[in-house]
Ligand binder design. Sequence first.
Ligand code: ATP
Ligand code: MG
Length: 252
Amino acid sequence: MSTDPNGQAGQTPLCELQGVTKNYPMGDLVVQALRGVSVKVYAGEFTAFAGPSGSGKSTVLNCIGCLDRPTAGKVYVEGQDVATLSDGALGVVRAKRIGFIFQSFNLIPVLTAFENVELALRLSGAPTAGQKERVEEALRSVGLADYMKRRPAQLSGGQQQRVAIARALVKTPALIIADEPTANLDSKNGAAILDLMRSMNADNGTTFLFSTHDPMVMERARRIVRLSDGSVVGDERHDGAVQAASPSHVGA
Ligand SMILES: Nc1ncnc2c1ncn2[C@@H]1O[C@H](COP(=O)(O)OP(=O)(O)OP(=O)(O)O)[C@@H](O)[C@H]1O
Ligand SMILES: [Mg+2]
């Protein structure tokens, strides 16, 4: 068993990596992106994966978000071993249960803010009735009530990232994954986006997992899991408790 400094008695983790390794073949070589990562995330967390460039942050998020499959080890989402799911079933988990926010916003340029958010809701298979109201509410909640008809090119970077947050939120997913959500924003807009995510977490209990190497972003996290060279090397709570990864933490 791995140590579980963040465990909550009797609760099933929202997602869990158990001894996850990920290798990428590169010609004759193999890049070991993850070397036995074990981590449990519980509902309601606001957790950052931190570490230098190349340490494996995006790979961890991609495995948790079912965008990528590990080379070895297990990934559980809501208690389900995702290795047992077909690609089609994984697509359904992604569409319904997980919201994604990317550093480059990834909005569809020809669609308005409203249409970008509406498309995500439609793809999640949500009932048609009430969709318009849900889209409007999501955009209102990120402060974009007056910008719904604009296309991404007519919005600032910070506003585009707000659309991306609304698009992730509108499905009311179990989990929102954000890979370097502030990397393309100046520090003022970056702080505002983090504060917005934090208030969604506090007010609605939405679970956020994000990656960063920005200290300003890290300081707003309630838990920081530190990665180095594909391994977990630290796991800290906002209350200051530090749990260095022990060998039993790795590989479990
Ligand atoms: N598709 C791929 N093919 C080959 N190697 C890859 C691939 N994706 C990632 N890697 C390698 O895996 C390692 C971890 O990459 P990852 O993108 O997870 O790091 P990161 O911590 O997100 O870095 P950054 O802060 O630069 O975004 C790196 O050495 C990277 O070069
Ligand atoms: Mg990355």
